[in-house]
Design a protein around this ligand. Structure first.
Ligand code: GLN
Ligand code: ZN
Length: 770
């Protein structure tokens, strides 16, 4: 029986890599210094894994930006637009690499970055490979070999990790018409041969090939590509043991394909889908030589492993296959877990009671080894202590008063069908709202946040450190709100916002005010490149002890006769961007959050707020990986939004905001949310995204974003008028709103002011044309 870890976070437990990369990008440290930091992190990670007793330690999982981009370098799929940079001998390979990740604007060159998108259903983002019809591949980087040798030189034999050829192609995008990227498989495989040849020369025994697409919906051609690729590799290199690695779901209709491939080991995710173990073990196709790597320790969440359950699964597998053929592993790469729980020693926001239920990456390594020891007669004694403490922690979690709040379950039980819908239909509500709100045609508004300037962040940091009093902090925030309200009045904005100056983050702010949430100090997880997030931990029943935003919004409203829009984060987004408890279905946790938001919505209404926005930017990213699971998810996710927002009077206008770029396939569900107004990201696609709404005849009001807030560029009035004219062609004028794409927190005031003045002028111009 072996132990196997699929990958370890690259960022460093104190975000050393983030800091070094950002310093390098600002020319504050040299390339040599950055490379040194990378080396230190790798060595540290390898030693940690070795000391923890991991047999199959990954190499090549370390990345300065993203592992898929690393593979793009390895197979030489460098898009044409970087060729000048590549040819420039004054630029290093790392300069080229970062240019591909982040774009390049120096020395008269202006090259756009490669696209970035979410890694399956995680909050990690990878760099999307770009393919052309006559795409060529060529082994072009030695990173994967260098890192193997580096570990070896330090006395650690590793298992190189690379994306498998089929998943690598499927993760990419065709940059021209006339072919499907999977057609490139025959051109790509020779590079994998080159890679394997080098592995073989270096004496590599195991290679982990990540093929997460095996848990996705595949067509026959894609399945055939698997057969072609793996048979070809096996034929040439029969001695290299491939660990075919799947995660984030179950194999289902791809099981037959997976079991037919000539590999040494199949890795399966038993956290997401423990049921697939039985299915595999009882499959007639299971080859008699195939080893199984059991993904038992959750790489996606922060809870301690449930040893009792894991040992049950291990036993089932060993009874059938024998311990020799079993490997104990993390469910996926630990990249998605924070690094080290030990760093939370002095964290008052994480009580010892909660802490004993958690395991971060470093602790998870230990769990993998302990599970192995507990499964072997001759080792069991050595792990008794750990077993007992695990069982005690599980018991404490099951019965803790911190988790279970009888009031919350009572409240959930009393929820009725009516609580999920507004009392009247949209047209009836709209008439009442028009009378009350008296807004012009093409009403102007923003998405909520105004610039979070260095000054705002400094005040918050000072307050958190105790350098200033709560009163001083609140006085400052009130001044900021007052300035922003008066400025919005001056420029003639129709629907005002208070600006969200008091919020650090749109989820953390609410989490801090709700019961059932805990916070780490160092629980950083990589989101993309050097960007890390620190998700809250939802450990218990969610309950709102008191209003969270009412005072700020009511204060803002007291300063003006115009309408101030209340601003809340929706239940699905709060759920999606947190570590969620695993002792009840996500849908149940989400419903608890919905009720808390519903209370806030009703309190805002009571305080005289006539428009309330509930942001749900994360609804789409929660979509399951398999289409057949979508309906079940959408039912509870849409339900959660409706439960949060349907308690209000007809006159109260509910807005929602979403910022993602594909609406086509779920437009009906968005319509079911029945928000009076939806604002969406649209400007980057030149209003193309609106077509989905138009084709569907989306019935309620829409505010298609007219300018891209992700860039400092100020759009011209004419540009915005043109976009609105385009929008007007597909959506009736009476249902169009005018607003930016998203919140303005990352922008400066200077560009924000100019852009919004122009936006309002654009709306005025449209009104005049009617
Ligand atoms: N109200 C939020 C803001 O303006 C919405 C952010 C988002 O959609 N991601 O910042
Ligand atoms: Zn947004």
């Amino acid at each position: 029986m072996q132990t196997n870890n699929l990958g370890y976070p690259s960022i460093g437990s104190h975000r050393e890599l983030k800091k070094a990369c950002e310093a390098f990008w600002k020319n504050k440290i040299s390339e040599t210094e950055l490379l040194e930091t990378g080396k230190d992190i790798r060595l540290h990670n390898w030693k940690l894994q070795k000391d923890a007793g991991i047999d199959l330690i990954p190499s090549g999982d370390f990345s300065f930006y993203d592992q898929i981009l690393d593979m793009t370098m390895t197979v030489g799929a460098i898009p044409e637009r970087y060729s000048d940079l590549k040819a420039d001998s004054s630029k290093s390979a790392l300069d080229l690499y970062f240019a591909m990740a982040r774009g390049y604007q120096h020395d008269g060159l202006d090259i756009t970055a490669m696209e970035m998108t979410k890694w399956f259903d995680t909050n990690y983002h990878y760099i999307v490979p770009e393919f052309t019809k006559d795409q060529q591949f060529k082994l072009s980087s030695t990173k994967i070999f260098d890192e193997y040798e580096e570990a070896k030189a330090n006395g650690i034999l590793t298992k190189p990790v690379i994306p498998g050829p089929v998943s690598y192609l499927l993760l990419g995008k065709e940059k021209e018409e006339g072919f499907h990227r999977i057609d490139l498989i025959e051109k790509l495989i020779p590079v994998y041969h080159d890679i394997f040849r080098r592995f073989s020369e270096s004496g590599v025994e195991y290679v982990q090939m990540d093929e997460p697409f095996l848990v996705m919906d595949l067509d026959d051609k894609e399945r055939k590509a698997f057969t072609y690729a793996y048979e070809s590799l096996h034929q040439q290199f029969p001695d290299i043991k491939i660990i075919l690695t799947t995660y984030f779901g179950d194999l289902r209709d791809n099981l037959k394909t997976a079991l037919s491939l000539p590999v040494d080991t199949l890795h399966i995710d038993l956290v997401r889908s423990p049921e697939q173990l039985d299915e595999i073990l009882s499959s007639k196709q299971l080859p008699s030589h195939l080893n199984l790597s059991l993904g038992l320790v959750d790489g996606r969440n922060i809870w301690k492993n449930d040893f009792r359950q894991s040992l049950g699964l291990i036993q089932t597998a060993t009874e059938k296959l024998g311990a020799q053929r079993i490997t104990i592993a993390s469910s996926c790469s630990l990249l998605h877990s924070p690094c080290d729980l030990d760093l939370e020693k002095d964290n008052a926001a994480l009580s010892p009671e909660i802490k004993q239920w958690l395991a971060f990456a470093k602790q998870k390594l230990n769990e993998i080894t302990v599970l192995k020891n507990l499964s072997l007669d001759e080792e069991r004694n050595t792990a008794q202590q750990e077993y007992i403490s695990n069982i005690n922690a599980a018991k404490s979690r099951q019965t803790s008063k911190l988790i279970h709040n009888p009031k919350v379950s009572q409240r959930l039980n009393s929820v009725t069908e009516e609580d999920f819908s507004r009392s009247s239909s949209f047209p009836e509500r709209k008439e009442l709202q028009n009378q009350l709100l008296e807004l012009p045609l093409f009403p102007t508004t923003t998405i909520g946040s105004f610039p979070q300037t260095a000054e705002v962040r400094k005040w918050r940091a000072d307050f958190k450190k105790g350098n200033i009093t709560q009163q001083q902090y609140e006085t400052f925030l009130k001044q900021e709100i007052e300035k922003s309200i008066h400025w919005q009045e001056d420029i003639n904005m129709d629907v005002l916002v208070h600006g969200e100056f008091e919020r650090n983050d749109m989820v953390e702010y609410f989490g801090e005010k709700l019961e059932g949430f805990a916070f780490t100090k160092f629980g950083w997880v990589q989101s993309y490149g050097s960007r890390c997030v620190k998700p809250p931990i939802i450990y218990g029943d969610v309950h709102r002890p008191q209003p969270m935003t009412v005072a700020w919004t009511a204060y803002a409203q007291s300063l003006t006769d115009k309408i101030v829009k209340g601003m809340l984060t929706g239940p699905v987004t709060i759920l999606q961007w947190s570590f969620v408890r695993n002792d009840q279905p996500r849908a149940s946790t989400c419903q608890q959050i919905s009720l808390a938001i519903r209370d806030e919505v009703l309190d805002l209404e009571k305080a005289g707020i006539e428009i309330i926005q509930v942001d749900e930017p994360a609804i789409r990213e929660g979509l399951p990986l398999r289409k057949s699971d979508w309906d079940a998810y959408l039912k509870w996710a849409v339900g959660a939004f409706k439960l949060a927002t349907s308690g209000v009077k007809d006159e109260t206008q509910i807005h929602t905001h979403m910022c993602y770029s594909e609406f086509n396939d779920i437009i009906g569900n968005i319509a079911d949310m029945d928000a009076d107004v939806i604002t969406i990201e649209c400007s980057r696609s030149q209003m193309e995204l609106l077509d989905a709404f138009a084709d569907f005849e989306y019935p309620n009001d829409i505010g298609p974003g007219v300018y891209d807030i992700h860039s400092p560029r100020v759009p011209s009035r004419a540009e915005m008028v043109a976009l609105l004219e385009k929008a007007k062609k597909v959506i009736p004028a009476e249902r169009l709103w005018v607003n930016p794409d998203c919140g303005l927190k990352t922008r400066d005031w200077k560009e924000t002011k100019t852009a919004l003045v122009e936006m309002i002028a654009a709306a005025r111009q449209l009104r005049e044309r009617i």
